[in-house]
Design a protein around this ligand. Structure first.
Ligand SMILES: [Zn+2]
Length: 454
């Protein structure tokens, strides 16, 4: 079997994909609670779906289907199947429709696949055996792919990784987690060649390192996830690293999703986001309204199909973005796999704040449910309004029903953090505040004041 990323002939790749997908389809038709119901309603039989070319016969799956009944998306395999396929290895969480994040379950079988996905991501990004990674993702209340999978990626590639643990994950363990100055010092003495994290935090950290007179000459690669990351932002990070002594730093952007437990990555800047595991994932682009397939290179709603999963398993799942998709061999690295050749645009109304996907309605619901709040408005902007690359900031402006504002503020901050994963700034609104008088903003649960990248 050739390397899954570098098949020469598309027909050979398709045959290999169909072979692995057949095993998953057999299990879905017999043991997937959600799809068994959908297929029964629509009269779809196993023999109708011979491989990925028949995917278009299936309805698309929306986020609402999944977050409404997440347990129904895990295969419920009987004991006759190998334990590897049934044992839950870990559960990660993604943004839900209510205050509760939605579980994404992986079995031992899936975890090995996740290691392979993350190994492929590092290969595509040009990581070598000499590299060392600095993991700059914070710990989150609900397990989230970013922190954990960076650690797993290094394991799969047999290279060293240092977790910087920015932030203060728990008041019970004041020794866990690091302030920005300590993260800077760690980054400087670690000798890391790769920085991996949320771009706005990375930028803040590098700015502080410069102020502290530190240097990071060994850094050669920076891994960031999308988060509205444009060309200007890329150049800004490069310039900062050069001032810290890095000779020729490259920024590698990925388009990540909980449903992949990894991300689609660039092999070189601007080459598009590669599906890192064509034998595990199949991507399609469809018209957002009619759901008909669009031609290669045309903007469409991006769908993900799991070709080889046993825990949470999805067919034609709409990730919530539109982008242009191509199946052409990458002219830079030669990989034969799907690539997104435009920056994905969110279509589901969710917003990304500091790398966390936030459901505006869930945030509005949790605020509306607090009887201490008379009125509120959530706003996303930047810590420095004159600097479009500075850290995202979530502000909750509210008026109190009578409760002391410091008591209310602490409680609201905790609730918002638990719901969204983002710690907000809580502000008391002035009585004549336009946001509170029904003019303009109020119709939206979250007002996003951030400038969109070019
Ligand atoms: Zn490539």
């Amino acid at each position: 079997m050739p390397d899954e990323l570098f098949f020469d002939d598309p027909a050979d790749l398709k045959r290999a994909r169909d072979a692995v997908f057949a095993g998953t389809l057999d299990r879905i038709f017999d043991h997937h609670p959600h799809y068994r119901k959908v297929f029964a309603e629509r009269g779809i039989e196993r023999s109708d779906i011979r491989g990925i070319d028949d995917l278009a016969k299936l309805p698309i799956t929306g986020k609402a289907d999944y977050v409404g009944q997440p347990a129904d998306f895990s295969l419920s395999l009987p004991a006759s199947f190998d334990a590897e396929e049934r044992v839950v290895w870990d559960v990660m969480y993604t943004t839900g429709s209510t205050g509760d994040p939605t579980p994404f379950t992986s079995t031992s079988y899936d975890f090995l696949n996740i290691l392979a996905v993350n190994r492929n991501m590092l290969r595509l990004r040009g990581v070598t055996a000499e590299d060392t990674i600095l993991n700059l993702f914070p710990l989150t209340r609900h397990p989230h792919g970013a922190f954990a999978r960076a650690m797993n990626a290094a394991a799969a590639y047999n290279i060293p990784i240092i977790a910087a643990m920015p932030g203060a994950p728990s008041a019970r363990h004041p020794g866990l987690g690091n302030r920005t100055d300590d993260v800077c010092a760690l980054a400087a003495r670690s000798g890391a060649t790769i920085l991996w994290g949320v771009p706005s935090y990375m930028r803040k950290m590098l700015g502080r390192a410069e102020e502290l007179g530190l240097s990071m000459p060994s850094v050669r690669l920076v891994f960031v996830t999308g988060e509205g990351f444009g060309e200007e932002a890329r150049q800004d990070l490069v310039d900062r690293l050069k001032r810290l002594g890095a000779a020729d730093p490259k920024i590698s952007v990925s388009y990540g999703a909980t449903e992949m437990q990894g991300g689609m990555v660039e092999c070189v800047p601007g080459a598009g986001y590669h599906n890192p595991a064509p034998l595990q994932f199949c991507f399609e682009a469809v018209d957002p309204e009619t759901h008909a397939l669009v031609a290669d290179g045309e903007e469409g709603l991006i769908l993900l199909t799991h070709l080889d999963r046993r825990g949470t398993t999805m067919l034609r799942y709409a990730l919530g973005d539109t982008a242009r998709l191509t199946r052409a061999k990458c002219p830079h690295c030669g990989a034969l796999t799907e690539r997104l050749v435009s920056v994905p645009t969110r279509r589901d109304g969710f917003v990304k704040i500091r790398g966390m996907l936030v459901n505006p309605q869930a945030l509005a619901d949790v605020l509306a449910a607090d009887s201490g709040i008379a009125d509120f408005q959530a706003i996303v902007d930047k810590e420095d309004e004159n600097d479009q690359f500075s850290m995202d900031r979530l502000r909750i402006r509210l008026s109190s029903s009578g409760e002391a504002i410091h008591v209310l503020g602490l409680r609201v901050a905790e609730k918002v953090k638990a719901t969204t994963g983002v710690m907000p700034v809580v502000e008391l609104a002035a009585a004549d505040d336009a946001a509170f008088t029904g003019r303009g903003w109020k119709a939206k649960p979250i007002v996003d004041l951030r400038k969109k990248p070019e």
